[in-house]
Design a protein around this ligand. Sequence first.
Ligand SMILES: Cc1cc2nc3c(=O)[nH]c(=O)nc-3n(C[C@H](O)[C@H](O)[C@H](O)COP(=O)(O)OP(=O)(O)OC[C@H]3O[C@@H](n4cnc5c(N)ncnc54)[C@H](O)[C@@H]3O)c2cc1C
Ligand SMILES: *[C@@H]1O[C@H](CO)[C@@H](O)[C@H](O)[C@H]1NC(C)=O
Ligand SMILES: *[C@@H]1O[C@H](CO)[C@@H](O)[C@H](O)[C@H]1NC(C)=O
Ligand SMILES: *[C@@H]1O[C@H](CO)[C@@H](O)[C@H](O)[C@H]1NC(C)=O
Ligand SMILES: *[C@@H]1O[C@H](CO)[C@@H](O)[C@H](O)[C@H]1NC(C)=O
Ligand SMILES: *[C@@H]1O[C@H](CO)[C@@H](O)[C@H](O)[C@H]1NC(C)=O
Ligand SMILES: *[C@@H]1O[C@H](CO)[C@@H](O)[C@H](O)[C@H]1NC(C)=O
Ligand SMILES: *[C@@H]1O[C@H](CO)[C@@H](O)[C@H](O)[C@H]1NC(C)=O
Ligand SMILES: *[C@@H]1O[C@H](CO)[C@@H](O)[C@H](O)[C@H]1NC(C)=O
Length: 496
Amino acid sequence: MFCLRSILLLGSCLSLACADLRADLMAAHVESVFSEDAKYPNASAAFNLRFEFHPAAVTYPTSEQQVSEIVKIGKKNNVPVVARSGGHSYIANGIGGRDGSLVVDVMHLKRIDFNKTTNVASVGTGNRNGDIAQALVALGRDVSHGTCPYVGLGGHVTYGGYGYASRIWGLALDDIVGMDAVLPDGSVVKTSDHEHQDIYWALRGAGGSFGIVTTMHFRTHEIPKAATTYRFNWILDVEKSISVLLAYQNASARPDLPNELGIRHELRRGLYPGTVNHSLTGTWNGPADQFYAILDRFLKHYPEPVDSYVHNGTYFESLIYHSDKGTLNTTNPDDHDTFYAKSLATPQDYLLTEEAITKFVHVVANQGQSTTTGWFIQIELWGSKNSAINAFAYNHTSFVLRNTLFVMQFYASSHDKKPPFPQEGFEFLDNAVGSMTSTMPKGWEWSAYTDYIDGNLTTTNWQHLYYGKNYRRLQELKREYDPNFIFGKFPTGIEL
Ligand SMILES: Cc1cc2nc3c(=O)[nH]c(=O)nc-3n(C[C@H](O)[C@H](O)[C@H](O)COP(=O)(O)OP(=O)(O)OC[C@H]3O[C@@H](n4cnc5c(N)ncnc54)[C@H](O)[C@@H]3O)c2cc1C
Ligand SMILES: *[C@@H]1O[C@H](CO)[C@@H](O)[C@H](O)[C@H]1NC(C)=O
Ligand SMILES: *[C@@H]1O[C@H](CO)[C@@H](O)[C@H](O)[C@H]1NC(C)=O
Ligand SMILES: *[C@@H]1O[C@H](CO)[C@@H](O)[C@H](O)[C@H]1NC(C)=O
Ligand SMILES: *[C@@H]1O[C@H](CO)[C@@H](O)[C@H](O)[C@H]1NC(C)=O
Ligand SMILES: *[C@@H]1O[C@H](CO)[C@@H](O)[C@H](O)[C@H]1NC(C)=O
Ligand SMILES: *[C@@H]1O[C@H](CO)[C@@H](O)[C@H](O)[C@H]1NC(C)=O
Ligand SMILES: *[C@@H]1O[C@H](CO)[C@@H](O)[C@H](O)[C@H]1NC(C)=O
Ligand SMILES: *[C@@H]1O[C@H](CO)[C@@H](O)[C@H](O)[C@H]1NC(C)=O
């Protein structure tokens, strides 16, 4: 009867199939939450409250064998299966990106093993960035990862993983040496350069379409001996805003910029119309006494900052600072948000023109004032020549962004971080991106970043923007491994 209600409400779970799904999960002793359960609203809530989807069930396996059984149960009952790790997908792809999915929440897969001989860390995908960083830094080591402690490894690593050490170490997925995964047919496999190479290739860039990763094996790095954490702030008018952005790009593109520099330029609402709040922030992972010599390549083109913070300290202190939470501890659930986000990756061999930057600054100085949303735009430095990210060929993994100067992230939240999200918020961000993409000359090719996933790109050539020249091979592998979409048809998922 409850299942009948779910048919009416959700239109996704046929009554018999729904009863069978529950019976099958119970027989397999899988902890599961269904729509009639008190825990369902919380278990099915997306991080981004702009999205509200109704999964057929949310499951919490305790082993990779259970993950395998759930995949087989989903297949048998014709219910698409989807993995959720940290649940931080911008468009709720961790609950399937639409109604009716069988969610496999890997939160119980929390093991972290470190092999002292090989320095390889084997980490369950129930861990978050904060968990792995705390465990590894205690051993004097770490892997490349982003700044937010609550982001889950399952999505973060299979779709990229950028942080302030990425110019030295590469993206999080470049630190992978193997992944254990459950495939669409329910088989449990170890993938690496030596086993199941094609799936291994696909998992590093398009994970959700190919497998449920249970354990990730990472090479680890000795942490930098010192780390200088910094932030400089300015409020600038339109003209100065244009000149500092040009200078930022110019200094960023220099081929001799050391890879120990992690940096991004942030834009926020200015104090009054016609102004923009700018920051330069990041971490210098090199010797402290070289910090100002390197930062001066940027700062000498900027006015005197209104305020600044510079701390000569440790790598761990830098992670804490950039977490914005004062801790990497992920014990308390993360706050939800109601937001729209977009990305724009720029090629490192074709810089943004002054005209494109000028149009962009006019949008952020004007529409960025009038919007009711709270917003930020981050211009992350992924290049240039010395960057480890760009040391790989475009097809080394299925993650295609290997010739990028900047990844820009555009992010706007409703004024109280609760629904609804205003229409003018979409228009503001669409204009901010469009001001550049429509102004740049023909021949300039932009891309987008899969970890800052934008459901609205599906109205354009998203396959090319997200996967570029790797898309065709991904399609071939999809046809080979998952032609019946056991892993669902979620927005921006690989198609046949
Ligand atoms: C506050 C915040 C800060 C962020 N900061 C950064 C940053 O500094 N750098 C950066 O690069 N990105 C950053 N991101 C983006 C983040 O990397 C992505 O949102 C990421 O995909 C989230 O992963 P998740 O496991 O938490 O999400 P989920 O919603 O659980 O999953 C996202 C996608 O991955 C798939 N997936 C999840 N688990 C698995 C698994 N075990 N196996 C296979 N597929 C799986 C899901 O099905 C879904 O398609 C940030 C996001 C937020 C919300
Ligand atoms: C909601 O779910 C999260 C995990 O997704 C859990 O940490 C939290 O305790 C739950 N909250 C409630 C009130 O059940
Ligand atoms: C560490 O890795 C080495 C080499 O692969 C292996 O021989 C050894 O058994 C591993 N140690 C542990 C504790 O797993
Ligand atoms: C760009 O960088 C070069 C090399 O540092 C410098 O000589 C030049 O002045 C810079 N131009 C601008 C517009 O900042
Ligand atoms: C600019 O924005 C930052 C980040 O929100 C804030 O800390 C700072 O105070 C702002 N600067 C000014 C001068 O308003
Ligand atoms: C940075 O801190 C270390 C340790 O406290 C100290 O030895 C060193 O002199 C400092 N360097 C600079 C440039 O401040
Ligand atoms: C994380 O925070 C919780 C609650 O505040 C605390 O009990 C726990 O000991 C902390 N864990 C670590 C590793 O600091
Ligand atoms: C990448 O593409 C090149 C040709 O462009 C090819 O020779 C090479 O084998 C490919 N590498 C992988 C890992 O597929
Ligand atoms: C796309 O943008 C429109 C507004 O232009 C909005 O209503 C819709 O929710 C957006 N879709 C996604 C998937 O973000």
